[in-house]
Ligand binder design. Structure first.
Ligand code: DGL
Length: 266
């Protein structure tokens, strides 16, 4: 048993979609969330810069004695997971592997679509994971950089979102995939708009549930569950906590009001 918190980090607020599922499935676990809202987006940056920013985030959480690190960001998980693993004395759980595994289990026609930031798509991380499990699967990947600001602005079903989504998803539809990986932690917020365009024949899967399942597996294997415990939940960001509440309060709930604190990483 271990009552130390689980550290969860992201380039901004997207990781809260994963955190919400972790809190739902593991109600006794304490968590510390850290979002780098001062330097978001990471999805447009080079691998070196993402890795260096991500190490700052991991360091902050490791100093607070977390018992595991959840990299709740597809971009960081795609380009810098190895570096985080190298520096971390505690288990590190990324979002790419569990999500790729779920997609492979889900597809019937062996055609999977992947959408994400340009950083995630250009890294080829999902292709690599999927082909490792089943080399016969066809994969079509599309970078959807405008989805992040649309989600942050709360334009979940705005006509601009629909138009942009139609354009981004055109080749995914032509490819006839039956499973689409929402390979960015912001994209679950646009799930309805994406589902409307793709129709019910395409299963949309995101990071929240498979990552939480993987976290549970790792906690069990290392005997790290907190068991019955009154958990603490802390939320840190590197800029604009009020705006974070405005955006994240919509999907995370009012629980985080007044709890989001601004910190400096330097
Ligand atoms: N949270 C990031 C991800 O999952 C998206 C935002 C960003 O570009 O930093 O890829």
């Amino acid at each position: 048993m271990n009552r130390s918190p689980i550290g969860i980090f992201d380039s901004g607020i997207g990781g809260l979609t994963v955190t919400k599922e972790i809190v739902r499935q593991l109600p006794y676990e304490s968590i510390i969330y850290l979002g780098d809202t001062a330097r978001v987006p990471y999805g447009t940056r080079s691998k070196e810069v993402v890795a260096s920013f991500a190490k700052d985030l991991a360091n902050f959480l490791l100093k607070r004695n977390v018992k595991a690190l959840v990299v709740a960001c597809n971009t960081i998980s795609s380009v810098a997971l190895e570096e985080i693993e190298k520096m971390s004395p505690v288990p590190v759980i990324g979002v790419v592997k569990p999500l790729a595994k779920k997609a492979v289990n889900q597809t019937r026609n062996k055609k999977i679509g992947v959408i994400g930031t340009n950083g995630t798509i250009n890294s080829g991380a999902y292709e690599k994971e999927i082909k490792n499990i089943d080399p016969e699967i066809e994969i079509i990947s599309v970078g959807c950089p405008l989805f992040v600001p649309l989600a942050e602005e709360g334009l979940y079903s705005h006509k601009a979102t629909k138009l942009i989504a139609e354009d981004y998803l055109h080749n995914i539809i032509l490819a006839g995939v039956d499973t689409l990986i929402l390979g960015c932690t912001h994209y679950p917020l646009l799930k309805d708009a994406i589902a409307q365009i793709l129709g019910s024949g395409v299963a949309l899967i995101d990071s929240a549930e498979p990552t939480t399942e993987e976290l549970k597996k790792i906690l069990a294997e290392n005997d790290l569950f907190a068991e019955k415990n009154v958990p603490t939940r802390e939320f840190f960001v590197t800029d604009a906590p009020e705006r974070v509440y405005q955006v994240a309060g919509r999907f995370f709930g009012s629980e985080i009001k007044d709890k989001i604190k601004k910190i400096s990483l330097t």
